[in-house]
Design a protein. Structure first.
Ligand SMILES: *[C@@H]1O[C@H](CO)[C@@H](O)[C@H](O)[C@H]1NC(C)=O
Ligand SMILES: *[C@@H]1O[C@H](CO)[C@@H](O)[C@H](O)[C@H]1NC(C)=O
Ligand SMILES: *[C@@H]1O[C@H](CO)[C@@H](O)[C@H](O)[C@H]1NC(C)=O
Length: 974
């Protein structure tokens, strides 16, 4: 019974509702639905506050009624801070013609029920957080003219049903995650004016049917993955103003049909894979203002002429394979061309004089081509120039003084050319100049005082020229200077104190010059300074205390100077990441405050006069990868707390007076690549734990007082290149496990008390090349004949042992050998004939039992067995031989040393190029392993702004991203 009553009640209520709805012509039912919609929104700014039952709906915020107030026609709640979902109840507001909910924080999906709004003409939901797909029900909105739902998180396809929206004028789906193909049905949209598909993941080709969109004016599909050929049918879109297909995968050639687009003002095909020549017919596009064909594979010559394209303002053809020179009739009189970017092609010839008629040019970029010859004096006809980029060409001659007439110039890039002569003093007229890049030329003379008039300068890079003389005294006038890169010149004299007034300076690179004097106290003002490299100069004196005020210092390289005194002014900064003071005359203790630089990764203090111990606080430097304290007067044991140095890759303490035992924790450092404790007073044994460092490349413990045996575990160091245990008190036999160190190319165990025989397993170390030195031990037994397998070996020293038996003939196979020492053993018999070229000294002291050249022949030896007598002639002969061979040796040594020296120079130069923190010159480049190479790049100060980077950032801010569709039209089409 109850349920029957209930149904009656429901029926009654429903009927009442219908009656009410019908009986309230002022839209009372709309108000109900709107109130329900309101209840779904989160409205933090109270925009919907006046939506309440007491008031008439036509006064509600965002609601617009028809003229007779009989129904609502528009709902505009854009940019109202609304959150939450779009309620499906919108479907009931069937009188609506416009819904604008753009620029809110709406989430959820687009309700399919919106398809019921059969009067809807504009649906604007862009700039929200909507998800899901486009509901196909929207295709029922047959009156829809504007559909803008971009800048959401919508996914799925651009549905084919969209073709049914035959009244559509604007379809804007940009900045979403739509994928799949553009449907063929797009061509059914005969009235379409704006089609914006930018920044999605669309793929496939553009359908030929696009030619059906006869009224299309703006078409943007950039930043997708659309490919194939650009359809020729686009040429039928006669109304087209804007065509932006940049950053897709279009291939094939540019269709000639594009030249039919007589209304085209903007054409952007940047960043595709288009090839072939640029169709000459494009010169018919006389309305064209912006043309970007850069970053494709286009070839042939520049066929586009400003003389035809009279309205052209921007032309970029960079990053192609264009050849030939710029046509002399390129520029029209009264040309309005303001951006011309031809960078990174294969263009050649002299500076194109024809360009000087493009007097409106503001930005001219010819960089990365093969242009040569002199810069024309008439350059100053381009008086509007703000950016002149001629870098990476082969321009010669001097910088013309007329450059000073280009008073609008902001960026002047002449780097990487072959310019010579001095900087013209007229440069001082360039008051707006911000970036001056002259690096990698052959410029000389002094840096003109007038340069300090260029008060807008922020970046100056003169790296790799031959500038000489002193820095201008007034350099402090460059108040905006952030980067001063003068490395690798021939500058001399002191740093002018006024440099300290360049308070914005962040990077100062004066390395590789002939500068001298001490650092001026005014450095205290350089509080922004982050990188300072002064290496390879003759700076002297103590560091000013005030350096400690430079809290932003991160990378400091003062190496190879004559600085003295304490380094405490550099200690204690949080930001320090790399400090290199190698090769100076610093003294005193290493300040424990350095441990406050928690991010320190490199610390190199080698070749100074530091005393005292390694501060135990250094254990806190967990990021430290490179610690080089070698060649100082440091003492004491290695504190247990140093075990905190978990990330050490290089630990170099050679040539100090450290004592105590080698700590076992060194074996636990996973990344350890180089451990050099040589030339100290370490005692105790070689810890077996060292065998636990899988990445160890070099282990040198030579010249200490280590005793005990060589641990078997060293055989686990399978990456090891160098093992040097020379001159200790090691005893026992050579562990055969060393055969597992298959990468060894240098093995020195000499000057110990090793006994037993030479393990034949050593013969499997086929990479041994630099030396195998087992001399001055007590090794006995025979020389394993398998040693003849070490075919790469260049030096073999087995002298001063107790080796017996014959010299195996197999050793004769060691064809790379150029130093051999078997002297002072008990060897006997015939020397392999290939050894006849080695000096006597290689073999003497073997109980006179060895024979064959260079010693006596074996038959002679028989005759002289008892007394080793020589005839006078023999003595003379041998003397001659000794003199001769030692002369030869001296010359060879001299040659080798010259080579080494040259190499060393190369090494230091190339290393400084990759970072200015050269690897230790003594040991050369062998110790540069993976990680260091990487950090070397990180350190690259060659050109603080690399040309490439610069180029990209340049393009970014000059053109490619700034001129987007949204800039060209009043409203952003999303
Ligand atoms: C949508 O936004 C509302 C309000 O900010 C929030 O409470 C809700 O969790 C969101 N829903 C989703 C699916 O993110
Ligand atoms: C520049 O324009 C002038 C006047 O039209 C013309 O005489 C001259 O030849 C042009 N210069 C170059 C280098 O094309
Ligand atoms: C341009 O520079 C040259 C050389 O510096 C100078 O002689 C000439 O007067 C300058 N022209 C103008 C218009 O400033």
């Amino acid at each position: 019974m109850g349920s029957v009553h209930l149904s009656y009640l429901l029926l009654f209520l429903t009927t009442l509702g219908v009656v009410l709805a019908v009986s309230s012509p002022d839209g009372a039912s709309d108000s109900n639905w709107l109130l329900r919609i309101k209840s779904k929104f989160v409205d933090p700014y109270g925009v919907l506050e006046n939506w309440s039952e007491g008031t008439t709906i036509c006064t509600w915020n965002g609601v617009a009624c028809s003229d007779d107030h009989s129904h609502i026609v528009r709902l505009n709640l854009s940019a109202s801070g609304l959150e939450g979902p779009i309620s499906p109840e919108f479907a009931h507001l069937t009188s609506l013609r416009v819904i604008d909910l753009s620029g809110n924080f709406l989430n959820g999906t687009i309700p399919p029920a919106l398809g019921e709004l059969h009067n809807l003409e504009e649906l604007l939901l862009f700039s929200n957080f909507l998800t899901g797909e486009i509901p196909s029900e929207l295709s029922r909105l047959r009156k829809l003219q504007v559909l803008r739902i971009g800048a959401n998180m919508l996914t799925g396809q651009v549905i084919p049903e969209i073709g049914e929206l035959s009244e559509l004028r604007v379809l804007a789906l940009a900045y979403c995650q739509f994928s799949g193909k553009i449907p063929n049905e797009i061509g059914d949209l005969k009235h379409l004016i704006n089609l914006d598909l930018q920044q999605n993941s669309l793929s496939g080709p553009i359908p030929e049917s696009i030619g059906g969109c006869k009224n299309l004016q703006n078409f943007a599909a950039s930043n997708n993955r659309i490919g194939g050929h650009i359809p020729a049918s686009i040429g039928q879109l006669e109304s087209l103003n804007i065509l932006n297909l940049a950053n897709n995968s279009f291939s094939g050639s540019i269709p000639v049909e594009l030249s039919h687009l007589s209304n085209l003002k903007y054409l952007n095909l940047f960043g595709n894979e288009l090839d072939g020549e640029i169709p000459f017919e494009l010169n018919q596009l006389v309305q064209l203002e912006t043309l970007d064909l850069s970053n494709n594979n286009l070839s042939g010559t520049i066929s586009l002429l400003n003389t035809y394209l009279k309205n052209l303002e921007t032309l970029s053809l960079s990053g192609n394979f264009l050849t030939g020179s710029i046509p002399s009739n390129f520029c029209a009189r009264g040309s309005s061309l303001s951006l011309l970017i031809l960078a990174d092609n294969k263009l050649l010839g002299n500076f194109p004089l024809g360009l000087l008629n493009c007097t409106s040019l503001r930005q001219l970029d010819l960089s990365g081509n093969n242009f040569g010859g002199m810069l024309p004096r008439g350059l100053d006809r381009l008086e509007s120039l703000t950016d002149l980029l001629l870098n990476n060409n082969s321009f010669t001659g001097t910088i013309p003084p007329e450059i000073g007439n280009l008073t609008n110039l902001e960026d002047l890039y002449l780097f990487h050319n072959m310019l010579s002569g001095g900087i013209p003093v007229e440069i001082g007229k360039l008051q707006r100049l911000r970036e001056l890049y002259l690096y990698e030329n052959q410029l000389s003379g002094s840096i003109p005082r007038e340069l300090t008039n260029c008060s807008s300068l922020t970046c100056v890079d003169f790296f790799g020229n031959q500038f000489s003389g002193s820095l201008p005294d007034a350099i402090g006038r460059l108040k905006n200077l952030e980067i001063l890169q003068l490395r690798q010149n021939e500058l001399s004299g002191p740093i002018p104190p006024s440099l300290g007034y360049c308070r914005k300076l962040q990077k100062l690179a004066l390395a590789d010059n002939k500068l001298s004097g001490s650092l001026p106290p005014t450095f205290r003002f350089l509080s922004e300074l982050d990188l300072i490299t002064l290496y390879n100069n003759s700076f002297s004196g103590p560091l000013p205390e005030s350096l400690s005020l430079l809290k932003n210092l991160s990378k400091v390289n003062f190496s190879h100077n004559k600085f003295s005194g304490s380094i405490s002014p550099l200690a204690g900064s949080n930001s320090l990441t790399a400090l290199d003071l190698t090769n100076n005359s610093f003294s005193g203790p290493i300040p424990s405050e350095l441990s406050l630089s928690k991010n320190l990764t490199r610390l190199r203090l080698a070749n100074n006069f530091f005393t005292g111990e390694i501060p135990s606080e250094f254990g806190q430097l967990e990021e430290l990868r490179f610690l080089d304290l070698s060649f100082n007067n440091l003492t004491g044991d290695l504190a247990p707390s140093l075990a905190g140095l978990k990330n050490l890759g290089h630990f170099l303490l050679s040539s100090n007076q450290f004592t105590g035992e080698i700590p076992t924790w060194l074996g636990g450092i996973e990344g350890l690549g180089e451990l050099d404790l040589s030339f100290n007073n370490f005692t105790g044994t070689v810890p077996a734990e060292l065998g636990n460092s899988p990445k160890l490349l070099k282990l040198s413990l030579s010249y200490n007082t280590l005793s005990g045996t060589i641990p078997q575990e060293l055989g686990n160091l399978t990456s090891l290149n160098v093992l040097n245990l020379q001159r200790n008190n090691l005893s026992g036999s050579i562990p055969s496990t060393l055969q597992k160190c298959q990468k060894l190319y240098e093995l020195r165990l000499s000057e110990n008390n090793l006994t037993g025989s030479i393990p034949f397993e050593i013969s499997s170390l086929s990479e041994l090349q630099v030396i195998l030195d087992l001399s001055k031990n007590h090794l006995s037994g025979g020389i394993p004949s398998s040693l003849g397998n070490l075919v790469k070996l260049e030096r073999l020293n087995l002298s001063f042992n107790e080796l017996q038996g014959k010299v195996p003939q197999s050793l004769g196979k060691l064809s790379s050998l150029h130093r051999l020492n078997l002297s002072y053993n008990h060897l006997q018999g015939q020397i392999p004939s290939t050894f006849s070229g080695f000096p006597l000294s290689s073999f003497i002291g073997n109980d006179h039992k060895l024979c064959g050249p260079p010693l006596l022949t074996c038959s002679e030896l028989k005759g002289h067995e008892r007394i080793w007598q020589l005839s006078k002639a023999g003595v003379v002969g041998i003397t001659v031989a000794i003199v001769f061979t030692s002369t030869v040796i001296c010359m060879v040594l001299l040659y080798i040393m010259l080579r080494l020296w040259c190499n060393w120079k190369k090494v230091t130069i190339s290393c400084s190029e990759t970072g200015g923190f050269e690897s230790k010159s003594r040991e050369g480049e062998n110790w540069v392993y993976g990680e260091e190479i990487k950090s070397g790049q990180y350190w690259n100060t060659t050109s603080i702004v690399s040309s490439k980077e610069k180029q990209i950032s340049k393009e970014t801010c000059m053109f490619h991203y700034s001129v987007s569709l949204s800039d060209s039209t009043e409203k952003p089409l999303v």
